[in-house]
Ligand binder design. Sequence first.
Ligand SMILES: Nc1ncnc2c1ncn2[C@@H]1O[C@H](COP(=O)(O)OP(=O)(O)O)[C@@H](O)[C@H]1O
Ligand SMILES: O=P(O)(O)OC[C@H](O)CO
Length: 496
Amino acid sequence: MTYILAIDQGTTSSRAIVFDGDIRPVASAQLEFEQHFPQSGWVEHDPADIWVTTVETCSGALARAKLAARDIAAIGITNQRETTLVWDKVTGEPVYKAIVWQDRRTAETCENLKADGHADLVQAKTGLLLDPYFSGTKIKWILDNVDGARSRAEAGELLFGTVDSYLIWKLTGGRVHATDATNAARTLIYDIHAGEWSAEICALLGIPMAMLPEVKDCAADFGETDADLFGVAIPIRGVAGDQQAATIGQACFSPGMLKSTYGTGCFALLNTGETPVTSQNRLLTTIAYQLDGKPTYALEGAIFIAGAVVQWLRDGLGIIRDAAETEPLAEKSDEGQELILVPAFTGLGAPYWNPNARGAVFGLSRNSGPAEMSKAALESVGFQTRDLLEAMHADFEFGGDTVLRVDGGMTASSWAMQFLSDILGAAVDRPVVAESTAKGAAWLAGMQIGVYPGMDEFAASWEKDTQFVPARGEAWRERRYAGWKKAIAATLSMTD
Ligand SMILES: Nc1ncnc2c1ncn2[C@@H]1O[C@H](COP(=O)(O)OP(=O)(O)O)[C@@H](O)[C@H]1O
Ligand SMILES: O=P(O)(O)OC[C@H](O)CO
């Protein structure tokens, strides 16, 4: 039997999953690591934590699968995107902690770049908005603020990478400095049309191009792991950012197909085919995957708070002990109360992009309790997804009926998935293999070495667990969504 090891290096934990020859998960290991918040709005990871938890989970997953490293035919890597590392080319020592995608320290730099009229150039070349979310201004911050970093970078002594690049560098014992097109597409310095680093944007941000990794397809030769690490050298043959890997794992390979991943936040990606679509509605244009040198593009909408609203009910309000309790609570809630919870805890993402917005609850009465709050929390995720789909429909002609493929921890809630279908007026498909992200990374690596099938056969093997279809009518849907839009308008009106 052939096995593939998928590494899923996420924001709060590292995971490794062993997949068998039929692309089914057989064993996994997961380790959380510390989040550092040195100042308000700053989020950092210790690169050593990222590295150590990755290696330990790989060993842990192999042990649970009762396999040795020699049983693994290839590794696929998927990762939290945008998070930025800079390290010494010779020693491999990072010059600063990893600056995490959520970090807002470069907000002012972005404002200045916008004020100087650079937003159009950046969007035209990279498909992204001038927001601290992406890597480019984070690299600039490190070069500007770490002693000697700029001169060392100019002398060619430092390397930049997103988490995938850093892991490839470490896994290969410093032999390979590479990334894939999907991760490059999140850096703010990659020209997604030309398929190369943008010299113009690098110059604008003062980033020496010698720091940048080689950009490869998602299924490609990323080197072999150092034999000392797991006992034998294992080929690394697949790499994709986590949301793109989920898009691949969900087999969204045709234009108009879309997936939405519900973890802490929610990320929806719509395949738009071989031509990039520039959003008129503040979505991001990104690369869904690149195979055989050919990029396939996507429109992406990011929501910062999805499952995190359920965590807030548990840890902030203390009205539930476990996320799964929201479902029975929502079921027994008072139908007549239509609370609206806008979970703008850290601002609002797409399509509003307002970092200053804060959360609100509308419609409270004396009878409102844990059941109604639970219902409103689960509904808020559906409403936010509807916002993304409205923007996607305005930007792109889907063709045919809309079907949303979902994955991530929150999809365990059938109540939330039914509401999602009701408020979208579209089918919501939950797959048998919930681990879409790791599955996507595994498929890339396995397909590259010829043990997994090509795209068509892989897509045909995608299996549905449950399909949720709208149980509510159009009048209900539009009335509820109108209520949400009013709540958003009221929330935004409080930001000035
Ligand atoms: N049964 C459930 N009902 C509602 N939310 C859930 C349920 N189970 C998990 N969640 C939410 O899903 C999230 C975890 O999903 P996961 O995909 O593991 O996220 P991440 O990878 O971002 O850590 C948590 O925020 C949790 O609140
Ligand atoms: O690690 P996750 O699952 O929170 O995903 C993070 C995203 O890639 C950020 O863009």
